[in-house]
Design a protein around this ligand. Sequence first.
Ligand SMILES: [Mg+2]
Length: 183
Amino acid sequence: MAENKALFLDRDGTLIRDAHYLKDPKKVEIIQGISEALHEARHLGYLLFMHTNQSGIARGYYDWSDVHACNKKMFQDFGWPKDFFTEICIAPEEPTATEGYRKPSPKFEFEMIEKFELNPRKCWVVGDKWIDPQTGLKASMRGALVKTGKPITIEMQKQAASEEVPIYENIAEFAKKEILLHV
Ligand SMILES: [Mg+2]
């Protein structure tokens, strides 16, 4: 029986400040105060995944090595071990792509459910854009929004309310309310 639990985290606007087509590691700015809650979730047995849309690759604005360099800087600044995430999915496709890993496609989440025997009911996809919780819902997971990135519009608030997607100040508040209080 698949019983493992996991958090799928967006990068830009969720773990680090949203920067338009970020390619320079020097411009990586981590969101303060969120790391401890993620460590705690990990200790409670949550597998952590990062799922990030990076259409700048397909658009030719930057390449894979730029994304890897920015990720490396993020890990350094947070002080995370190399294995902090079980797997990282960087989706390089443009929004017009009809296949691939770009959110809101739940292809990555489905693959991880299979590979790590996840129970989707015990998993979350969290990020600052509607496509983040939407990806979770499509994979029969839960979804949550955080206010650390792109503005949460009235439209998003309505949609979130109708689909039982909670909205939190940041990942730390999400983890405290949804994970750490329920153990
Ligand atoms: Mg984002």
